[in-house]
Ligand binder design. Sequence first.
Ligand code: AHR
Length: 517
Amino acid sequence: MLLTFLALVGTGRLFAQENTIVLHPDKANAVISKNIYGHFSEHLGHCIYEGILVGENSAIPNTRGIRNDVVKALRDISIPNLRWPGGCFADEYHWHNGIGPRNERPTMINTNWGGVTEDNSFGTHEFMDLCEQLGCEPVITGNVGSGTVEEMSQWVEYLNSDNISPMTDLRKKNGHEKAWKVHYWGVGNESWGCGGGMSPEFYFDQLMRYSNFCRNYNGNDLYRVAVGANVDDYNWTETIMRLWSKKSPWEQRLMNGLSLHYYTLCHGWDQKGSATVFNEEEWYSTLSKTLQIDDLINKHLAIMDKYDPSHKIGLVVDEWGDWFNVEPGTNPGFLYQQNTLRDALVAGINLNIFNSHADRIAMANIAQMINVLQSMILTNKEQIVLTPTYYVFRMYKVHQGATLIPITVQCKDYKYGNGSIPSISASASKDATGKIHISLVNLDPNGVNEVSVDLGITGKFNIAGEVLSSKAMNDYNDFNKLPLVVPVMFDKFKLNGSKLAITMPSKSVVSIEIAPR
Ligand code: AHR
């Protein structure tokens, strides 16, 4: 329903206001898991090699081969977790090949991604070192498609056991005396597709076998993530959950999360469209398809709730983001795409939706962290570019671990052609210090949006804001150029009692911090 009323703002100018957001601080109780702000790094194109690992002898400043500029940038957005080694790659990865002296590691062909030779120089120890440098939780996806139960079981033992055993001896011989504590464990990836073309019934049996032999060591209970649905494959969710619900409580503990993969495609898989050259029709199409993830989440959660009313299983959206054609002239198997203001809005909308499902979403991982799909960072030899998506993660990091404040949004539509979508996406939370953070996206590329936010409280506050926008909807940050899409200070707001009137520029992401004085 559209609300239209007159409001007085700023210098006394009257305007017709049609957008209202009401915060319900009295209903705040779900904590937004920091893991919703997770990332994904696959052995794909230049994500791992060049993007992360440059080698100890590189002229690019590095720590044990891992580039320092990338680590610093990712620490600045408080990266909470990192998923590795795939993706499709995970189901042909044999971890034994990625340990020991680097020059003795066997090579393999990366058949999923460009058919290039993988030299296994980035393996378990390098990944765990990266996570330690980033200060984030590792999320490891084991190989169900072409690996064995024994192989996966030994990987967990190698990583997590402090006992005396051939695996722990091997780890010590490779230079790591103490066990790590890897908590998040993916049991395969896309087993309905690149991970083995399995039916949900067959996969569920595999899940029980593999999970059973991934043991808990040293009081570290694994959080086992089962392969979940592709987009709207509700039958997959239904079957996995139904089979799970029939298991004994002991066996039910072998599955803690169920994944969901959804990529935003501007057109479709055959013709994904350019990441940088697009018109308003494609802007509209990309954003409206982004919004569809809310419906997918609601429907998958409804099925999960039917079999799991006490919410033992969390939803893990461990691949999301937009997927466009590769940049002209780059290897089609490397999925390298630029990142514009449109991607920033895609990120903001997705994160608002994930925040709003804080009670059920345990983790989400944008695909992918560097040089692949909707990246945070692009690298070119010694240079790096921080993308508009990166800046959205920086603006939204305040929500990590904060308590979700439920909101009601009433807004005018953004119309294009015969279609229309809400022009505003938003979420709000309260952090441990009592500060309220509101994140808003104005999807309309043509119009300023006046928004009245009812905070649900009154008092004395210090209010600060940041905005990310740019002149053109396809502006992006590029090597050797001044960055075009960077957040700047924002002060187009005015508080009157409990009402905060905000003037959002067209096609923008705005964050507001409200600190009690
Ligand atoms: O992120 C690229 C690929 O997309 C992943 O490897 C796979 O899981 C998905 O299909």
